[in-house]
Design a protein around this ligand. Structure first.
Ligand code: XIL
Length: 550
């Protein structure tokens, strides 16, 4: 093992660590009125280097009583060390000027690669909760995972802690403090330590890929039933081992991120001539070409994902003059922008890749988790008929034969299903929807009978076809047999889908949300059918067995 010498910095961190042994739970506010601003630390700490290896386990431990924190600002957030705000004595870190949920404070954690970490901290905030998360990149795919969350309040500190196993092939590892709400966050007694024996990985471990050439093929096994797809990114095409396996296994692809509005809407061009683009925001498409070429050249079909969504859609398109924070656009203006966006995307794809896109997720995730419709900016600017309008425009501009889908997660849950059915009924009556996409980010605890009953109901009530659009089945099981349990679940899930399809329910496509656990958006739950080295998991064998058994 390559173990580097203890750096001066690490020694310093260890010293700080030994001085701050205590954490505090629910202490009283030590006097918010007497806050003394010590220094504005928004631009400090460019020189903190925690990436050096060491004989001893590294340790980040901050009570924020020094002159500068080791933490760096994240996004637009700024930081100050505050007197009289600490959980115990000394100072605390105030994180303010947060414009988005992920804005906060962060620590480089590359030195923990391949280790289990224990993270702990005390937080006070007007936000109902503060989260500590970890971000890392594996083969160009960045995932964001929660380590722990604490319920917070304005008047006293709450302490929390959590553990996380960082993969040995992760790069750009960052531990960070964030919150879904944008109020200031006070942090104190923050630490990141190694749980167990420290292993030092100087660099992300290179993977030796498994030989996948003799695997049975999912697309062949399910050829009589439905298309079998996967989500792709530019990395899927650039990594020969990935692209070979995708070509062998799948006949449908969904671009995991690149067809979303945030990539297609061209902010710079639009705001450079607001008058010209007032009703018709400028669009850009070059970034889609490599992935669409790959699909076309390998005889695959593409699921277009997605046109109208609250997420990964920039806020500026909802504002009258494209100025976030100004006046929201009115209904007529937003309808014009929606129509022109859908028209532009349909025209470009049809002109450049005729016949390639067989289905579009026209509207994604319009139902709220808490019941009713999600109060997105589409809903707020246009009103509750925005879904019907989106489908009307999609039908108007989609080439004949392109299937139009509504797509959502947790849509097997009774409450959410009834909301979805209510808003889709008029769309079905108008003849503007062809299918319901069940995303299916599920886990091994979900009751498959309830799920399959709900699936059938969408078909029966709306007269539409069904696609499984983003399948991944995570598991929280930590024992040695978790892979087998997940494999059994995949097998019986696929058996039930095939039985339903045999009985006449038009299930036309099943798409896995990514190729391997390493590139999954939920990497920590290992929800896919191939391991990081592309060796087959029991989940893959379960899918194959289900096809062979029926
Ligand atoms: C996810 C991607 O997998 C991530 O890479 C990205 O950071 C966030 O979006 N529902 C959807 C998908 O419709 O577009 C989402 O994909 C997962 C949830």
């Amino acid at each position: 093992m390559n173990i580097k010498k203890l750096s001066a910095l690490t020694a310093c961190i260890l010293l700080i660590s030994s001085l701050t042994a205590c954490t505090v739970t629910d202490t009283d506010d030590p006097g918010a009125e007497n806050t003394v601003l010590k220094e504005d630390l928004s631009v400090v700490n460019e020189n903190t280097d925690l990436t050096k290896g060491s004989d001893a386990a590294p340790s980040i431990s901050e009570n924020f009583d020094g002159l500068e924190p080791l933490a760096k600002k994240r996004g637009s957030a700024l930081m100050k060390l505050m007197d009289d705000q600490a959980a115990s004595d000394g100072k605390a870190l105030m994180i303010y000027n947060r414009k988005e949920a992920w804005n906060g404070a962060e620590y480089n954690a590359d030195v923990y690669r391949g280790n289990e970490i224990e993270v702990s901290g005390s937080f006070r905030s007007a936000n109902p909760a503060v989260r500590v998360s970890i971000q890392f990149t594996i083969y160009g795919n960045t995932s964001y995972n929660m380590v722990f969350s604490v319920d917070t309040n304005e008047s006293s500190y709450t302490q929390g802690s959590g553990r996380y196993i960082i993969p040995a092939n992760a790069e750009n590892i960052i531990v960070y403090i964030e919150s879904d709400n944008l109020e200031d966050i006070y942090a104190d007694n923050f630490s990141v330590n190694v749980a167990g024996e420290y292993k030092y990985y100087a660099e992300a471990e290179a993977l030796v890929f498994a030989d996948t050439s003799d695997y049975p093929s999912l697309k062949e096994k399910y050829g009589d039933h439905f298309l079998i797809g996967t989500a792709i990114s530019p990395t899927s095409i650039d990594t020969p081992e990935y692209s070979a396996l995708i070509k062998a296994q799948f006949n449908s692809v969904t671009l995991e991120n690149d067809m979303k509005p945030e990539g297609i809407l061209d902010h710079n061009k639009t705001v450079a001539d607001k008058e010209k683009y007032m009703e018709c925001p400028a669009l850009k498409f070059d970034h889609l070409k490599a992935e669409l070429d790959f699909a076309r050249d390998n005889g695959m079909t593409v699921r277009g994902h997605t046109l109208v969504w609250h997420s990964q859609t920039p806020d500026w398109i909802f504002y009258k003059d494209y100025d976030v924070g100004g006046e929201l656009a009115d209904r007529e203006l937003m309808l014009a922008r929606m129509e022109n966006y859908i028209k532009g995307v349909m025209e470009w794809t049809n002109e450049n890749y005729p016949g390639l896109i067989s289905a579009w997720d026209v509207v994604n995730e319009a139902a709220a988790d808490s019941g009713g419709m999600r109060e997105s900016l589409w809903y707020k600017t246009i009103g509750d008929d925005y879904i019907g309008k989106a489908f009307e425009f999609a039908r108007k501009y989609a080439p004949d034969g392109t299937k139009l889908f509504y797509n959502d997660y947790n849509s097997y849950m009774a409450g959410k299903q009834s909301v979805i059915l209510d808003f889709l009924r008029p769309v079905a009556e108008a003849g503007n929807i062809d299918g319901v996409g069940m995303q299916s980010h599920i886990n091994t605890d979900i009751n498959q009978i309830i799920y399959m009953t709900a699936l059938k109901k969408y078909h029966e009530e709306l007269g539409v076809e069904i696609q499984i659009t983003e399948l991944d089945i995570g598991t929280n099981i930590k024992n040695d047999s978790w892979q087998d349990i997940q494999g059994e679940y995949y097998k019986s899930y696929m058996q039930k889908l095939t039985e339903l399809e045999n009985s006449g329910v038009p299930i036309t496509s099943v798409t896995l949300w990514g190729l391997s656990d390493a590139v999954s958006w939920k990497a920590s739950e290992c929800p896919l059918v191939f391991n990081a080295d592309l060796s087959r998991k029991p989940a893959f064998d379960g899918m194959i067995a289900a096809a062979e058994q029926e």
